[in-house]
Design a protein. Structure first.
Length: 126
């Protein structure tokens, strides 16, 4: 099994802090997450369905804009490393192999804020 499936960034306004910042996107077969590099706001998604699906949007429009991007990844189904369509919405995260159509469909599970480092003197962390 491939443990490191997708690791990329997407620059946009953060839903939490509102600042223009890189959103760090990580996806592996058992979990996906989106984290704001500025404030640490993180959304965790867990697997819901894996199947071979026809081309099209699997992710409905939610409370935030849907992010659409193409990322390189190794497919767990056909084993080809190539372009994958990725859609991230407020409650759904979908990755689809363009070669064979294998789709990872994740659902929203958890949201949290990154904690401040223990050795910080920052007033905001107290």
């Amino acid at each position: 099994m491939i443990d490191r499936f997708i690791f990329t960034r997407y620059r946009t306004s953060c839903y939490h802090c509102g600042k223009e910042a890189d959103q760090v996107i990580k996806a592996v077969p058992y979990r996906a997450q989106v984290m704001c590099e500025n404030c640490g706001a993180t959304r965790i998604f867990i697997p819901r369905v894996e199947e071979v699906a026809r081309e099209g949007r699997y992710t409905p429009i939610g409370c935030y804009d849907t992010w659409e991007m193409v990322v390189p990844a190794s497919c767990r189904n056909c084993r080809v490393t190539g372009p994958h369509d990725m859609f991230i919405g407020c409650n759904h995260f979908t990755v689809r192999c363009r070669n064979c159509g294998f789709t990872h469909f994740y659902k929203f599970d958890l949201e949290y804020m990154g904690q401040c480092p223990i050795d910080t003197e920052d007033e905001a962390c107290r």
